[in-house]
Each structure stands twice: as C-alpha cells, then as structure tokens.
Design a binder for this molecule. Structure first.
Ligand code: PEP
Length: 254
C-alpha cells in the first residue's frame, strides 16, 4: 500500500510574512496528519521561515529547484547542501515551467536528481506532455522518454526514494484537468516504464502524483484512481482551506 503524498508548489509567490501566515493556517489542520505525507514547497526566500512554522509537525519542507552541484562557483544558484541545511526533505525537479522557461532537459533533471539522492533529499521528478504532443497522439512516447531520461540509473534505493509527478503541461494553471481516466492511463504507463528500467517491486512501490489544476472538487476522483498517489498542487496550494481539503481528499483514499 503506497502512502499518498500531497505537495504544495507555491511557485514564485508569497513574501516571508505571507508564507508564514499560509503555513500557520495549514498547520492548524494538518500538523498531526499521519495518513498522507504533506509537503510545503515555498520559494527559497521563505524556506527557513516556513521550516520554523512546521518544525515538530508531520508536515515536511520541500524546495522547488536546486543546482546539480553540492557547492561551488554558480552565482545565483542554490545547492542541495543548502536545502539540507534548512531541513528540506523534498525538492521538485524538472517542473514544466523549468523545462519551458529555463531550458531544463532530462539530462539536467537526471543530474540534479542524482545529487539530491546522494544528499538524502527526495526528488519529486515532474514529467508531462504539452497540448500539441497530446493532440498528435504522442503522450505515451513523450512521457516514457522523460521517465527514462530523468530517472536513469538511480538504482533501486534511488527509485524507491523518489516521487514522480505526472503533470500534463496543458493542465497546469489552466483550469483544465486531465480526466481521472486520462491521468490513470499515463500513471499506469509510468509504472510499466519503471518496471522495464528497474523491477516489479520498484514499479509497484514508487509514488506517482498527479498535478494540473487539482482542486477540492476534483481531487477525490483523481486520487481514487489505482495508480495515483496524491498530487502536486499549484494554484490551490496558495489557499489554506483548498489545500487542506485536497489533503483530506487524499486521506480518504489512504
Ligand atoms: C504545478 O505547478 O505543479 C501545478 C500543478 O499547478 P496548478 O495546480 O496550478 O495547475
């Protein structure tokens, strides 16, 4: 039985004071949440403050990106060691916005994920097709290539420590959601690719989140699919009550 995981990706939103407020509101309801792994991913500038708010609770801290080196001359970058220093346990890697606006490739994502794993950070590796790719019937081909490239050569321990987020690019921040059946089909495909690159135990154990306009109103049906293990939440994670309701929907499936 896989434990659902719901992560809030706050993207480039919230000042430190706003982030503290949001984290405090989420903590009021979810501090003791046991059945779902809850992760808050504020911007870098608010990691420390949010970490203080959720310290001692069941809620974990995650970052939205990191560099592939542990330290060095990379002006403006943030290293995985720095994230560990702030008690981050998770890091989102290869989000479609990073792939689209910052040129991240599967090779870069793979390099980052391997460094994250070496430092005991759980990578949340994002994959997903664009609208053009879906319309051209290329969804499976595109997602399979991303999974093979981004998660190459992790080894069994590395795969088991990783989370995959299937996020159709056309559903992110658009209000369009993959239907539960569409999402389930791709999640099942991802498991079959995992089986091919690793083994059955890994394929059955790795948690695969769905992301793309998840809201309280559609979360239960999505999370009820057999291969969907919670969600990566963008817009709805910026509102405490929406995020809490989405976590509660995941709890129903646990
Ligand atoms: C995301 O950015 O990972 C995401 C899923 O965003 P939204 O929920 O707003 O579609």
């Amino acid at each position: 039985m896989r434990k659902p995981i719901v992560a809030g990706n706050w993207k480039m939103n919230k000042t430190v004071a706003e982030a503290i407020d949001l984290a405090e509101s989420i903590k009021r309801d979810l501090a003791a949440c046991q059945k779902v792994d809850v992760v808050l991913c504020p911007p870098f500038t608010a990691l420390s403050a949010v970490g203080n708010v959720i310290s001692g609770t069941q809620i974990d801290l995650g970052a939205q990106n990191m560099h592939w080196e542990k330290s060095g001359a990379y002006t403006g970058e943030i290293s995985p060691e720095m994230l560990r220093d702030l008690f981050c346990h998770y890091v989102i890697l290869g989000h479609s916005e990073r792939r689209q606006y910052f040129g991240e490739t599967d090779e870069i994502v793979n390099r980052k994920a391997k460094t994250a794993l070496a430092l005991n950070l759980h990578p949340i590796v994002c994959v997903g097709e664009t609208l053009e790719e879906r319309k051209a019937g290329r969804t499976n081909e595109v997602v399979e290539k991303q999974v093979r490239g981004s998660l190459a050569d992790f080894g069994a321990r590395g795969w088991l420590e990783s989370i995959i987020a299937y996020e159709p690019v056309w559903a992110i921040g658009t209000g369009l959601t993959a239907s539960p059946a569409q999402a389930q089909e791709v999640h099942a495909l991802i498991r079959s690719v995992l089986q091919d690159i690793s083994d059955e135990h890994v394929a059955k154990s790795v948690r695969i989140q769905y992301g793309g306009s998840v809201k309280p109103g559609n979360a239960a049906e999505l999370f009820g699919q057999p291969d969907i293990d919670g969600g990566l939440i963008g817009g709805a994670a910026l509102d405490a009550s929406s995020f809490i309701d989405i976590v509660l929907a995941a709890q129903e499936t646990a």
